[in-house]
Design a protein around this ligand. Sequence first.
Ligand SMILES: CC(C)(COP(=O)(O)OP(=O)(O)OC[C@H]1O[C@@H](n2cnc3c(N)ncnc32)[C@H](O)[C@@H]1OP(=O)(O)O)[C@@H](O)C(=O)NCCC(=O)NCCS
Length: 188
Amino acid sequence: MIIETERLILRPFTENDAADTFEYLHEPMVHCFACMKTETIEEARKAVLDRVKDGEYYFAIMLKENGKVIGEIDAMPEATAPDEENAARDTFSPCWMFNPEYHGKGYAYEAARAFFDYLFGEKGARRIYAYTEDYNLASQKLCEKLGMRREGLFVEFVSFVKDEEGNPIYENTYQYAILKREWEQNGK
Ligand SMILES: CC(C)(COP(=O)(O)OP(=O)(O)OC[C@H]1O[C@@H](n2cnc3c(N)ncnc32)[C@H](O)[C@@H]1OP(=O)(O)O)[C@@H](O)C(=O)NCCC(=O)NCCS
């Protein structure tokens, strides 16, 4: 699947994306991506190969002008009634991560808007929600720009990293969400 916007192409990862991907995976800016940290290009290559398998829901974000991969966006379908057999898998929680060199240029909004159109329009999404740390103003702003509602703050909700003594550092986490009908009404 290929999604095209004015300046970007969202496409499945390929093995050749390791070097570009390493640029943003070697130093994750937020704790929630600490487990994705790669120390070497070889590790990045393995990470990319994992992404290749999920080409329907895991996209490399490539600049049209020069073919460089500047980030990624993904979301897997989740069941809303997990106990029901054949429950609709109509809920998605996107992750977005960009190379810091390309922050603040509107690329994240442009990519996420197209991705939301794809999930709501073609993949049966009914609800899209996002978690973001209370200190991650860039991600909060992106959610708000996409028209997502801030639904709550989960205090000391989750831990991704430990302090020097090995104690978990807990994150305060906002949840944002938007329904398909809201997306259509907003005309985002
Ligand atoms: C979150 C992230 C994808 C946003 O990317 P970006 O390049 O800043 O996004 P855009 O340029 O499309 O900007 C979207 C809006 O956020 C605003 N914004 C960007 N960074 C901001 C910041 N640090 N503080 C406040 N607003 C910010 C922009 O000004 C823009 O709003 P505007 O058009 O009204 O001015 C990027 O910062 C990133 O990759 N961060 C590391 C990974 C991450 O945190 N992922 C989310 C985990 S929950």
